[in-house]
Design a protein around this ligand. Sequence first.
Ligand code: ZN
Length: 159
Amino acid sequence: MREQLVERSCAWCGEPVAYSGRGRPPRFCSPVHRRRAWEVRSAEERAGRPVSEGGRSTDPVREIVQRIETVVRTRVVPGSGAGRVPQAPRPAQRLSGQPYTLPEDAIEWIEALAALRRDAVTNPRVAPFREHIAQACERTLEVLRSDVPGPGEASPGES
Ligand SMILES: [Zn+2]
């Protein structure tokens, strides 16, 4: 009894390839699959070379992430807006270096004053100066209740 190879599976696709019994048994079903297997082998060989010779690094991919902080603040452009009430210069930074702005309009002022009412009791950086703040509020009240025309109200004689 004698054994004889009659069929082998393609080393690329696994499909059966008949063997005639003459010559070297085929490893692939087609020249295309032979070519593909060679491409993979040679690519692996190139990747296995040292990095300096074009090989693939085995180090994990590293990323450098830069943190960019966007600070949005509103500023008033001098001279813009008709009949604008002159405003005190806006401090751009706190003592800590953090930027901040003063309220811009009535709603923001009302919100800021509501925050002051809370902070006057709870904020240790504000509470000790309640009397100073109260005096400033009194001066503010005088101006708010005075007869000075607002920026929206045209004074007599002006158009
Ligand atoms: Zn094949």
